[in-house]
Write a protein that binds this ligand. Sequence first.
Ligand SMILES: C[S@@+](CC[C@H](N)C(=O)[O-])C[C@H]1O[C@@H](n2cnc3c(N)ncnc32)[C@H](O)[C@@H]1O
Length: 244
Amino acid sequence: MNKESEALLLQGAGELGLDLGGQMPQFAQLLQLLQEGNARTNLTALKTESDIVLKHFVDSLTCLRGGHLNDEFSVVDLGTGAGFPTLPLAIVRPDLDFTPVDSTRKKIEFVLATAQSLGLNNVRPLVGRAETLGQEPEHRGQYDRVVVRAVAALPILAELALPLLRVGGLLVAQKGPISPEELNAGRRAAGEVGGTVQEVESFNLPMLGDARTLVVIEKVKATPGKYPRRVGVPGSQPLFWQAR
Ligand SMILES: C[S@@+](CC[C@H](N)C(=O)[O-])C[C@H]1O[C@@H](n2cnc3c(N)ncnc32)[C@H](O)[C@@H]1O
């Protein structure tokens, strides 16, 4: 990692109240592995060091805002892609136990290999669809937290994530700006699958200033057995929302 990117990462994390001093070698290695992985197969659209540092690393760390992950929680990262937000979070929070999930095997193989190279033994990647896992006793109702970044509209996320949570668990959805219509549909969808919107926090990404929203949904009762619906349906016929 060049000096400029290192400074960006330290400053961005610092604005989130995190001191990454001791973890910089792991972030440097993550950057290198991501760039090497990108050269072999298209893992992420972000290519420059500063983009990766700010839009993947610092952006992922913003999931820690609000303290919703402040305990030894089991955390599913739904639609982790190349490992975001899991990998940056797992570096700074070895006490959290991560299950990054993605339907694309190639991406999960990258996340697994990268977690092993970084010595992260708190990351257990899983190939699968949220719709399927959410109906399996091994995963349904088993997790304390679901984090999600850049996967789908809020009503779809509610249907995919809430079944995986135990009652009392939280979905922490990191999104860009959210329209009142999406939020309203998300509230209704959350209610349908056993949840309630607990918090909506708007903020700006450190350094870049891009608008972000952290939506926190608490699971307050068991999800009805018909949810999640079969593979593809939550996305094609979202609850209280028009697919687009
Ligand atoms: C736009 S990418 C975001 C990746 C990552 N969270 C990030 O922020 O960089 C969305 C990912 O979600 C995965 N995905 C979408 N729907 C899914 C589902 N129902 N179950 C599991 N993975 C899903 C896709 O395969 C894709 O890798």
